[in-house]
Each structure stands twice: as C-alpha cells, then as structure tokens.
Design a protein around this ligand. Structure first.
Ligand code: NAD
Ligand code: LMR
Length: 340
C-alpha cells in the first residue's frame, strides 16, 4: 500500500488519467461559487479524476474570477491539476471536454426568463462558435444561463460541426424540486422515487408529470390526490424560481449548482435505469419540433442520453406538452434572428 506521507503520488488523485478540461463561464458569479468547488471535489467526473479548470468571465469581472481562482488554490484540493482565468472565449473553450455555460444575467423580481433572451441570447452565439472551433470531440455542453433551453438551442445552431445532442439545458433543478415535494407528500425519501419527468421548457409552462411515478417499483399515480397535484404541485414546481427570488432576494445558486452537478455526472457516468429530466434537442420525439431543446424523460447509459420513448400520453399530458412546444417555438423565432 502507498504511504500518502512518503509517496510522491497525490492521495486521492489518479495520476495516470489525463485531467478533464472543464470550462465554467460566469466564473465570478453566484452559481459558479458553489459549482467550482463541487467539480473540484470530484462530484462530477469521479473522486480520483483530476480536473483542468478554465474560468471564463467578462472583462469587467475577470479580476473577481482571479479572486475565485485564488480561493480554489487556497483550498488545496487534490484533484485540481490546473486553473486558468480568462476573458478570451477561444482560450476558454480550447480542447475543453465539458462546459458549464452559466455566465448570463439573472432575471429580477417580476421578470420572466424569456425576458432575458434579448440580453443573454448573443452570449451563446459567440460561445457556440468558440466551442465549434476549439472544443474536444467529446465535448458536453450544459447551458444554465437563462432562458436555458433557448440559449442551448442558440449555442447548438452556432456550432454546426458539433452534434446537436452534445448541447443540453439544465432542467434537473425543476426535476429535483418536484422530487423533493413528492418525497415529502408521499412520506418516502427521494431515492425511492422513479418515473418522474418535467416536460418542456425551464419556464412557467413546464409540466412536472407524475403519471408514470413509481415508489419502490410500484405505480402510485392513482394514489396521489389529484387536486393537490393539479392545483398545488404543478404550479409550485413551475414557479419555484420566482419564489426563491422573492424570498432570498436573488435567484437560486447552490441548488442550481447542485442540479448542474447531478446532470453532468449522470451524463458522464450514467443514471442507471432511473429517469432524469434532460432538456436536449428533439429529434421529433413526442411530436416536439426537431431542434427545440425540450425536457424529456431520459436515462443515461455509457456516456449518452436515451429518451424514454413509447409512453402512452393522455389529453391532460398532451395539452401541457403542446403549451411548451408553442412557447419554445416562439423563443426560437427570436433566437433565429440573433443567429442571422
Ligand atoms: P450572477 O449574476 O451571479 O453571475 C453571472 C456571471 O456571468 C457574472 O459574473 C457575469 O459577469 C458573467 N457573465 C456574463 N456574460 C458572460 C460571458 N459572455 N462570458 C462569461 N461570463 C459572463 O448570476 P448567477 O446567479 O450565477 O446566474 C447565472 C445564470 O444562471 C442566470 O441567467 C440565471 O438566471 C441562470 N440560472 C439558471 C438556472 C436553471 O435551472 N437553468 C438556475 C439558476 C440560475
Ligand atoms: C431558477 O429556476 O431558480 C432559475 O432559473 C432562476 C430563475 O430565474 O428562476
């Protein structure tokens, strides 16, 4: 056995594996302040996999990102092989294997996420192009900045040489919010719940669907109080982002980082047979227009997502899925004008 006090090998770090190159945009922001430490602690790529972190910021905030890098150094985390702080998109995405596109303006009280498209959409044109030109072949992109689904659509369209399926948007936060409320209602812990999906857009139209819910392998949808489900659960999950802004005074940060960790971890290392919600470009599944970045029930196996297909949908479900298709088509119209 290696003695950690006398060996030159760092304890907990597999020196034979090349570091994963990970880009985090918005590195001086609130979400990144939690996300970077989770990545650097091995929660995403594995407890012994070294990471080469690229912290991308705007010129006005790059100094603050340097402060974040100083704190990462002060944490003496064994998996951190290298940290680069940059305002240069090309440097930020050069050879990168995984990109968390967080950098974007958050909405304030009374604003919708779609209102942020004008302010944030262009960021993803530029970053999509830089990813197209410089990222590694196995790049995985998770867009967190809002409106996340349409920003992922923009980044993918701006990167024509990268497979669209390599661009996802974060809806795992909505999924986790729904899981947590269900666990409380049903009196079970979250790992016992499966068969949950949040269809559609990370917006108020989103549809947290319990029709296929299983607890410890048993179907339970019929046991859930329908009035609670329709009048309380669905709107509570869909409006949780605004509720956090109202109560906390700023938008969710640690829970968003935690969901981003869950999403990228399951993408890279698998979700097993367990359903997770992944917003990904549609290939026409469930009648969703091709290319729209839509939340689907998904499992992660061998580094790829597979949408759970062939589910029998009732009118209640179809109506809500349609509302999300309509909203995303409208946002895509604005996005297409930014891409011209
Ligand atoms: P924040 O304002 O604290 O930080 C954002 C950072 O991004 C700032 O430091 C800013 O300088 C930087 N930035 C802006 N443009 C950039 C660019 N082109 N390149 C690199 N960096 C850039 O915001 P936050 O709380 O970290 O939230 C970031 C985004 O994530 C917001 O749009 C927010 O609405 C969104 N969000 C999404 C989810 C989700 O579930 N999808 C959850 C929470 C927050
Ligand atoms: C959230 O869902 O918490 C984020 O998208 C932030 C927001 O604007 O609601």
């Amino acid at each position: 056995m290696t003695d950690p006090f006398t060996s030159s090998a760092a304890p907990g770090r597999n020196e034979s594996e090349a570091p994963v190159k990970v880009t985090v945009t918005g590195a001086a922001g609130n979400i990144a302040y939690s996300l970077l430490w989770r990545i650097a602690s091995g929660d995403v790529f594995g407890a012994d996999r070294p990471v080469d972190l690229r912290l991308l910021e705007t010129p006005g905030r790059v100094r603050a990102a340097e402060g974040v890098a100083m704190e990462l150094a002060d944490s003496a985390l064994p998996l951190v092989a290298k940290v680069t702080v940059t305002e240069d998109q090309r440097e930020g995405f050069d050879g990168t294997n995984a990109a968390f596109l967080v950098g974007a303006k958050p909405r304030g009280k009374g604003e919708s996420r779609a209102d942020m498209l004008e302010a944030n959409g262009r960021i993803f044109v530029e970053q999509g192009r830089a990813i197209n030109d410089g990222a590694a072949q196995d790049i995985r992109v998770l867009v967190v900045g809002n409106p996340a689904n349409t920003n992922a659509y923009i980044a993918s369209k701006a990167a024509p040489d990268v497979e669209p399926e390599r661009f996802n948007a974060l809806m795992r936060l909505d999924h986790n919010r729904a899981l947590s409320l269900l666990a409380e209602k049903l009196g079970v812990s979250t790992p016992h719940i499966d068969g949950l999906v949040v269809w559609g857009n990370h917006a108020d139209t989103q549809f947290p669907d319990i029709e296929f819910l299983r607890v410890a392998g048993q179907e339970v949808a019929g046991d859930v109080d329908r009035k609670w489900y329709e009048d309380e659960f669905i709107p509570r999950v869909a409006k949780r982002g605004s509720e956090i802004i109202d109560v906390r005074g700023s938008s969710s940060a640690a829970s968003a980082a935690s969901a981003a960790v869950d999403h990228m971890r399951d993408w890279v290392r698998g979700s097993g047979a367990r359903w997770v919600t992944v917003a990904q470009p549609s290939k026409g599944e469930y009648g969703v227009d091709e290319g729209l970045v839509f939340g689907f029930p998904t499992v992660g196996v061998n580094g790829r997502w597979t949408i759970v297909e062939g589910l029998d949908l009732n009118d209640f479900q179809r109506e809500r899925i349609q509302a999300n298709i309509a909203a995303l088509k409208e946002e895509a119209g604005v996005a297409d004008s930014l891409l011209r």
